[in-house]
Design a binder for this molecule. Sequence first.
Ligand SMILES: [Zn+2]
Length: 343
Amino acid sequence: MRVVQHAAYGGPEVLETVEAPDPEPGAGDVVVAVRSVALNRLDVLQREGPPLLPGFSLPHVAGMDVAGDVVAVGGGVGDPVVGARVVVKPGVSCGTCVACTLGDDRRCAAVQVVGGSRWGGYADLCLVPASHVFALPPHVSFDEAACVPTALSTAWRAVVETGRVGPVDTVVIHGPGSGVSIFAVQLAKRAGATVVVTGRSATKLERIRELGADHVVSESDGSMVDAVFEITDGRGADVVVNHVGTALFPTSLAMLSFDGRLVVCGTTTGGTVELHLPSVYHAGLRVLGAGPQSYGSFVEMLGTYWKGGFTAVVDSEFPLEKAALAQERLESGDAFGKILLHP
Ligand SMILES: [Zn+2]
C-alpha cells in the first residue's frame, strides 16, 4: 500500500509517499480501505515536532478521521463484515487496563490515537480494532463521514458535555472556519442558545452566519469584549468556547458574565497563559478543560449525527500524494471547513 509518512520533523517537504507492506488484521482487527481522510491541526504539529501524543514514533502516518470500506477482518470479528462502509473512532482505548475494565475508558493510560500515535489514514489501508469502526448510513458519504469524528467530538465535549450549554445561554465561539467551530455553532443552536462567533475574515463570518450563528464579531472592528457585552445587554457571555489557546485566552475571560464558563478545547496558538486570579474568583468564573470523550459518548454522538440536521463543510480535497499541499492549505488559515485527502 501507499502511505504518506514523515520520518523526520520539519516543513511539508518531510512528507513522502512510499510503499509499505499491507497491514494484516490480527484477532479483533479490521483493515479499512481509506476512501476519505480529513486533516487536523495535530497532523501539522506532529510533523513539525516535537510530538504531542505519548507513544508517537517515526516514521509516522497521520490521519485521524478515516472513512472507507472494510476489506479484511481478523479472527473473531463478526461485525463489521468485508464490504461494510465505515467511519473510524480515532481514540482507541486498550480495553484491558483497570480504567477500561471499570468502563471508564476516558482515563485509559494506554490509549492510542489512529493517525496520532499509531498509523492513520494518510494511506491506502488503515488497520483498526473492529470495535472502533462504525457503519455509515446509506445517506452519509465517505467525505461527510471523514469530517465528523475529531471535529464533532471536540465540539460535543465542549458544548454539550463540558459547557452544558442550554437555552438561556449566550455562547461565544472563536474562529469561524474550523471544523470544530462549524459543529460547535450547530450544537449550541440545537441546545437553544444564542451564538456569537468571532473572527478575522468577513467572508468566513458571513458563512458561519449562514450556518446558524446569531451574531458575528469581527476582530478588526474594535474590542470584541465590548461587542459581546453589547450583544448581551451588558451581561457578558455565559459560555466561551476557546479551541485556539493562548491567543484569545485573556479576551475569552474578559467577555464572560458573572459565573461564566470558559471551555478550553484546543491550543493551536499555544498552551501557556497568565491568569489573573482575582478576576477569576471575584466573578466566579469557571475555567473548564473539555477532556477526552468516552466510547459511549462517541456512540451517542454518532447516533445523533446520523439522524440528520447537521451540515458538514468540506473546504477542499486533494489526492493522497498531495498531502503536503493539503497541509499547506491548513496552515494558511484560509480554509473554511475540513480539508480531505483521497487515497
Ligand atoms: Zn485502557
